[in-house]
Design a binder for this molecule. Sequence first.
Ligand code: ADE
Length: 228
Amino acid sequence: MRIDIISVVPELLKSPFDSSILKRAIEGGLVEVHIHNLRDYAVDNYKSIDDYQFGGGAGMVMMAEPIDKCVEQLKSERDYDEIIYMTPDGEPFNQNTANQLSLFKNIIILCGHYKGVDQRVRDHIVTKEISIGDYVLSGGELAAAVVCDAVIRLIPGVLGNETSALTDSFQDGLLAPPIYTRPRSYKGWDVPELLFSGNFHAIEAWRETEAIARTKARRPDLWEEDEA
Ligand code: ADE
C-alpha cells in the first residue's frame, strides 16, 4: 500500500511514522508513506497556499490551485483509489472505514489548515471526507496520522501476530474483553480463576460474555447497531 499525505506542516507528520509498528511496516516494505509539502506547489513567488475568504469573514482559506497541482502530479504517476480530505465535518472514522482503506493500493490524504480548503477542492478533487471525532484540531495532520495508524496495522504482515488485529476492539462490533498478565495476584487483586483452567472453550465463552457486558455498559450505541 502507498499513502501520499499533502500538508502545509509536514514536520508534524514526522514522528508518528518514525517509531514502533509504523516504522517497522515502512522499513519492511509493507507500506510506503510519502509526505508532500503543499508550499512546493504554490504558484506565486511568496509560496502562498491560502487567501482571504470571498464574501468576507475571519480566517484564511486554502487555495484550489496548489492542491490541484500536487494531486495532478501524483495522479500522473499512478492511479489512486481514494483522495481523502481530513475535516471535522467529514464522515465519522471507525474500524469499518479503516478495514476498507487497508484494502486499497494507493490513497492520498489531504490535510486541511486555517479555515479549510476552497469548496471547489471538495467538489471536484476529493473523493472522501473523514472526521476523527466531534472536535476541531488545528489541522488535519494529527487526524491523518490517526487514520494511517489504524489502517497500516491492518495490512497483513504488519502486526507480528496475525490474529491480534482480528481480536481488537470493534473488529467484531464489540469492545475487547478484559486482559491480564503476570503476576497472578498483585496486592490481593486476583486474575479470574477460569483463565488458568486450561479449558479454552470456557475461556472463549467467558471472553465473549465479558465483551458483550462491556459493550452494553460502555457503548450501548454499538450494541444496538450489532443487534439490528
Ligand atoms: N481537522 C480538524 N479537525 C479535524 C477532525 N476532528 N477530524 C479530521 N480532520 C480534522
